[in-house]
Design a protein around this ligand. Structure first.
Ligand SMILES: [Zn+2]
Length: 282
């Protein structure tokens, strides 16, 4: 399946990953330059196509919403062209301390990329902020906010981006829509706390880290609430496994049925449970 390039608002294009794979966003400035939000080296051709479609002659900044490989692995590609890579200090710290083995593991199935991009390696962001910052190009003001509660929610770098002029919220992986989330790098109780203030955020359109975009605030609120309920429910059941009151098969069955029956990326459920039980990375 191919990804879809969605024209979210006059200046925003989103590459919506097929079957719940990662979304990337492009915010186009009045001067035709782009701020790119997240980029995966395995899907660099899709990103190039979207930049072309958006009519962006150059990229002024790359922003990482958080440290995970599918959001940061193209840092090298853009940094090599002298493009600043912006992220939270939490994101940079997690990449520095834990990113190496993850980068190698994720690159194993695609060794040809090392030939296509000589020198390709884990590349840390080079413009860091702690709590909030602004990134601007002509006609575009992006407000970045660090939201990894106590330093660790979905990830250690979780950042949301609000595009002031067109009232677009880019939520990163704090929000998944219509697909099962990846929880195995996260701290679920902190993630729950991080989600609460997002219930009341204002925006016209919402771009999640994975899954389809959302066209109004009311629907967005219900997606944030669904995300919250899912995580709370899942976390409760994980505690039941821990205290041997439920088996992991029973919990998997629960997470795949009922109100969750329509969600995509069903394989994540077993991986999330397995990671919880073993503490091993995939
Ligand atoms: Zn992630």
């Amino acid at each position: 399946m191919d990804s879809e390039i969605k024209h979210v608002s006059p200046s925003v294009y989103a590459v919506i990953g097929p079957e719940g794979s990662t979304n990337f966003s492009i915010v186009k400035g009045r001067d035709g330059s782009a701020v790119l939000i997240d980029a995966d080296i395995r899907r660099i051709d899709e990103i190039a196509e979207a930049l072309q479609l958006a009519g962006c002659a150059k990229v002024s900044y790359l922003i990482d919403t958080h440290e995970h490989f599918d959001h940061t692995s193209a840092n090298f590609y853009f940094a090599q062209q002298g493009i600043p890579v912006v992220a939270s200090a939490g994101c940079a710290g997690a990449m520095r301390d834990e990113g190496g083995p993850d980068f190698e593991r994720m690159m194993k199935p695609v060794p040809e990329l090392y030939e296509r991009f000589p020198g390709l390696c884990l590349t840390l962001p080079d413009v860091l902020f702690t709590d909030t910052t602004k990134v601007t190009v002509p006609g575009v003001t992006l407000h970045l906010e660090y939201r990894a509660e106590n330093g660790h929610s979905h990830s250690k770098g979780d950042t949301t981006i609000y595009f002031e002029e067109e009232e677009i919220l880019i939520a990163g992986d704090l929000l998944y829509t219509e697909v099962h989330p990846v929880t195995f790098f996260g701290n679920i109780p902190n993630w729950l706390t991080a989600l609460k203030p997002l219930f009341d955020n204002h925006y016209k359109k919402l771009v999640p880290g994975h899954g389809p975009t959302v066209d109004d605030e009311q629907t967005g609120r219900s997606y944030f609430k669904k995300m919250y309920d899912y995580l709370e429910d899942f976390h409760g059941h994980l505690q039941e496994i821990k205290s041997s009151r439920e088996s992991s098969d029973e919990v998997a069955k629960h997470m795949l049925g009922g109100t969750y029956a329509g969600l995509g990326k069903t394989r994540m459920v077993e991986r999330n449970i397995h990671q919880f039980l073993t503490g091993k990375w995939y």
